[in-house]
Write a protein that binds this ligand. Structure first.
Ligand code: ATP
Length: 914
């Protein structure tokens, strides 16, 4: 049962050593126990998805009506109707299937990872491949991937609220417990789905998959929320509204037809066909397709969307609050300056290579200097990063800030691997963004060479003001002296100077400990942290450079053009943050930088008065992010916020768009987010915003396209029946038009790439629905134009006494061609297709060509002529139809031209922040 056994016997029983399982053994166990997965709820099968395309009542009525008409002798009509409906079903099935696949892809990409030791080496593997006996490493922010028995821990606290509802994290330990201990009190176990709130440790997996104690309850990472988006909801409403209006019109027209002497059954069938064609039932599904495909494009640009509705939010985002380190900067730190014993030293060397020297001005400084040695010893011991050589290249492991210190120390001959072995770590108080410091305790041997330190020593590193706050002494001129206020001021001045040069400054200190006190407390597994982090000896400062990411400056400019404000939120020093923000173009002349404590001193009302002027928040805690979000939201902004730590989770949830870091982010932050950046790069947020805007624009455009087509069809039949008592199109022709207008062109329109103006417009107003008056006006305008073209053809045909079949063929073909011209209109609602380039959306060109060929088949191939009641058209007929149909494109081009926006690259609209 493991929790009632000592650690050693757990290792033994599960057949594992400190080196973890061997790969072969893990493989064998995976066969035996299966994957570490929870059984998913039944997925919708392909067949179900296919059948669901035909579940509409109207389709059902249409099929029934066709069967009845078949029984009454109109077999061909019935077959053609059913075939057309079937074809339309296949098309929408293909679209939905593609969208479904896109979403599944996201699921697989967001599946969680676990850190295990196998074959003696630390590895990251998909947590699905964990097996009982695996030795896993866990640290703050990790989601526990399987039930496991803890074998080592440093201040390990677990948030078990997902299982127990208890929000206070539980302190864990490794002590064996009595066998009767209930599950919830087994403090030496960790359970699937809970999260590490603090500290770290290692544990041996005892159960995986469905065998875990509470597995089923855990909300695991990787479940994409399939909630309906506001867009889909509003479209549902819109669709219903149009549906009712259409039904009334269609019923009216059909009754009129019967009144004028058309056979009842014919009119019924015709009416239902018209209703099927004109009611935009598929709208929400089509939107899902648009979203799904867009989401797939975003993956290529390093943004994983976890919640579909957030794609809409992205397009409306007008403030992006971004962390600095790693998102705006490269997170490739190098120590450039060191301040010890009242001297500032420059450190040479580039990258992670441990080669470099220390200079004071132009004089080389010996690395034997005891001040430098003590500072760097602390930097190496109070450190979890690693430096190693792979393929002739120096690589780092762990936090780059810490790695930079490891590299700097190695330049002075202090190699972490050796130092760690020599002076083992006995205790630690981990780093957290709130504490802004880290402390470890090591035992220095009596023979510790040039270090004037022996016995138990605590080493601390962290934000200068925090470390200085806990120091009462300083290591100066080879002695430990008391730290005078003047000296403190001198140090603060030096910190400022380094920060002004955009350096990230860290301070280091140490504290020789009273051995008795420590050992006594250690036996109870608890370190008296207050006693360790007080009365410390200041050893010096390090200043490291973290260059901005090259592409970020451009991305920030892009945001500015797009009416999006960028705000930097960082735990770093105010001066460092401001210097980098200026360099990146975030901090402008009249902008403010606010620190966490300055923010604390403002009332909500005061802060709301200032919030629009603040571009940089420095030295903030994750909780400050919530206040920033709150104030911005109150001002009506749509806020995107990045985060990576456990404590960022509330802010990620509170933001309109929570963005987690894929590489450095904790599991907990990822779960709380709406989107994950796979490259941690700010520029990818901007790319995602661009895609978000484009998806919205495309959806809006293909809906307007469909709307104009449907309005056109209904107007044509309404006016010709009312005015001429003529049926301008028969049922199968109406269905055919519906099939081809709703079929390929919208698919092609949904993959229209972003135009260059998309990031030069203001963000969309979230209050504004998808279908605004503008779209309805466009739908009515173009629909009216198509109807007008048809009526011209109708009167022309009547003048020439054409047969009714010829008249219908002419109108049928005219409408199809007019719709094809119309499809080009809706690649953009503002730019001319000549400015976009006719062939830049090849899918649309292919879609239109395919449709034209199909239409020619329908009017020239005898078999289809019978089915669709068409007659071949002559050249002179085409001479009338084509110019007329082309006016659909020409008139829209003229409107675009006269509204002055037809060409890309000319428009620059006012932004919210102008
Ligand atoms: P951002 O919030 O943009 O990621 P950041 O990395 O500076 O910036 P935090 O990680 O919260 O923010 O760090 C806050 C401060 O804590 C840093 O400015 C630094 O002084 C200190 N610090 C950072 N990492 C460590 C560490 N590993 N050990 C000790 N102190 C650290």
């Amino acid at each position: 049962m493991y929790y009632d056994q000592e650690v050693n016997s757990v290792f033994e029983e599960l057949g594992v050593s400190e080196a973890g399982l061997s790969s072969e053994e893990a493989e064998k166990r995976l066969e035996k126990y299966g994957k570490n997965e929870l059984k998913e709820k039944e997925k919708v099968s392909v067949l179900q998805l296919f059948i669901s395309q035909f579940k509409s009542i109207l389709i059902f009525i249409l099929i029934t009506a066709s069967v009845i008409s078949a029984l009454l002798g109109e077999v061909v009509d019935a077959i053609v109707i059913i075939f057309t409906v079937f074809l339309a079903g296949i098309l929408s099935f293909v679209q939905e299937y593609r969208a479904e696949k896109a979403i599944e892809l996201l699921k697989s990409l967001t599946s969680p990872e676990a850190t295990v030791i196998r074959d003696g080496v630390e590895k990251n593997i998909s947590s699905n491949n964990l097996v009982p006996g695996d030795l896993i490493l866990i640290e703050t922010g990790d989601r526990i991937p399987a039930d496991a028995r803890i074998v080592k821990e440093f201040n390990l606290k677990i948030d078990e609220s997902s299982l127990t509802g208890e929000s206070v994290p539980v302190q864990k330990n490794i002590e064996a417990l009595p066998s009767e201990t209930p599950e919830a009190d087994r403090t030496n176990m960790v359970y699937t789905g809970t999260a590490v709130a603090y500290g770290r440790g290692s544990a041996i997996v005892t159960a995986t998959g469905m065998n875990t104690a509470f597995g089923e309850l855990a909300g695991l990472l990787g479940t994409i929320e399939r909630s309906r988006t506001p867009l889909q909801e509003s479209l549902d409403k819109f669709g219903r509204w149009i549906g009712i209006a259409t039904l009334i019109i269609v019923a009216f027209v059909a009754m009129l037809g019967v009144f004028y002497g058309f056979p009842l059954l014919d009119m019924f069938l015709w009416g239902v066909a018209l209703a099927v064609a004109a009611i935009p039932e598929a709208l929400p599904a089509v939107v899902t397709v648009g979203l799904g495909l867009g989401v797939r494009r975003m993956v290529k640009r390093h943004a994983l969307v976890r919640k579909l509705p957030s794609v809409e939010t992205l397009g409306a985002t007008n403030v992006i609050c971004s962390d600095k380190t790693g998102t705006l900067t490269q997170n490739k730190m190098t120590v450039e300056k060191i301040c010890v014993n009242k001297q500032v030293l420059n450190v040479t060397g580039a990258g992670y290579s441990p080669e470099g020297e220390f200079f004071k001005g132009s004089d080389k400084v010996s690395t034997d200097d005891s001040h430098l040695q003590i500072l760097l010893l602390g930097a190496v011991l109070c450190n979890d990063a690693g430096l190693f050589k792979e393929n002739e290249k120096w690589e780092i492991k762990g936090d780059p800030t810490e790695a930079a210190l490891v590299v700097a120390a190695a330049k002075a001959g202090l190699h972490k691997v050796d130092i760690d072995q020599k002076y083992p770590r006995l205790g630690e108080i981990p780093f957290s963004s709130e504490r802004k410091r880290m402390t470890t305790i090591s035992k220095l041997e009596a023979d510790s060479g040039s270090f004037p330190l022996k016995g138990l020593v605590a080493f601390s590193k962290g934000a200068p003001e925090v470390i200085l706050g806990s120091c009462t002494k300083i290591f100066l001129d080879g002695e430990i002296k008391s730290l005078s206020p003047e000296m403190k001021q001198l140090i603060t001045g030096e910190v400022r100077e380094m920060a002004d040069q955009a350096l990230r400054v860290m301070a280091l200190s140490f504290h020789p400990l009273d051995e008795e006190l420590f050992i006594e407390n250690n036996s109870s597994g608890d370190f008296p942290s207050e006693k360790i982090e007080e009365d410390m000896v200041f050893s010096g400062l390090t200043g490291m450079r973290d260059p901005p990411r090259e592409e970020v400056k451009v991305a920030i400019q892009k945001c500015e053009n797009a009416g999006i404000k960028t705000i930097m939120i960082t735990g770093d020093h105010k001066v460092t943050a401001s210097a980098i923000a200026k360099e990146l173009g975030i901090l402008k002349k009249n902008d403010l930088t606010l620190t966490g404590s300055e923010l604390d001193s403002l009332s909500d009302a005061e802060f709301e008065g200032e919030v629009e002027r603040v571009s940089v928040y420095a030295r903030v805690y994750p909780t400050h992010k919530l206040r920033v979000i709150d104030a911005l939201k109150k001002k009506g902004y749509v806020v995107a916020m990045t985060g990576d730590g456990v404590n960022d989770a509330p802010a990620l949830k509170a933001a309109d768009m929570g963005i987690a870091m894929g590489i450095t982010g904790t599991d907990v932050s990822k779960e709380a987010s709406s989107m994950i950046l796979t490259d941690d790069n700010f520029a990818s947020i901007v790319a995602a915003v661009e895609e978000g805007r484009n998806i919205f624009k495309n959806i809006r455009n293909f809906i307007t396209y469909g709307l104009s087509a449907h309005i056109g069809e209904v107007l044509i039949v309404l006016i010709s029946i009312l005015g001429w008592q003529i049926l301008p199109l028969i049922a199968v022709q109406i269905l055919w038009i519906n099939l081809i207008t709703d079929g390929l062109p919208p698919m092609a329109l949904s993959v229209e790439p972003p135009d260059s103006g998309i990031m030069r417009q203001k963000p969309r107003n979230v209050e504004e629905g998808l279908i605004t008056r503008r779209e309805i006006a466009a739908g009515l305008g173009i629909g009216g134009l198509i109807a007008f073209q048809a009526l011209l053809v109708l009167t022309w045909a009547l003048d020439r006494n054409f047969s009714i079949e010829k008249l219908q063929t002419l109108i049928f073909t005219l409408v199809v061609f007019s719709e094809m011209f119309n499809a080009f209109n809706w690649r953009s609602d503002r730019y001319s297709i000549f400015s976009l380039g006719i062939f830049t959306n090849r899918s649309l060109v292919y879609a239109v060509l395919t449709t034209i060929i199909l239409q020619l088949v329908v009017i020239y191939v005898p078999f289809f002529q019978t089915a669709f009641r068409t007659v071949p058209l002559s050249l002179s007929d085409w001479g009338v139809i084509l110019p007329l149909a082309s006016t659909t494109l020409i008139s829209m081009e003229l409107i675009k031209y006269f509204s002055g926006k037809s060409s890309q690259g000319k428009t620059k609209e006012k932004t919210n922040f102008d």
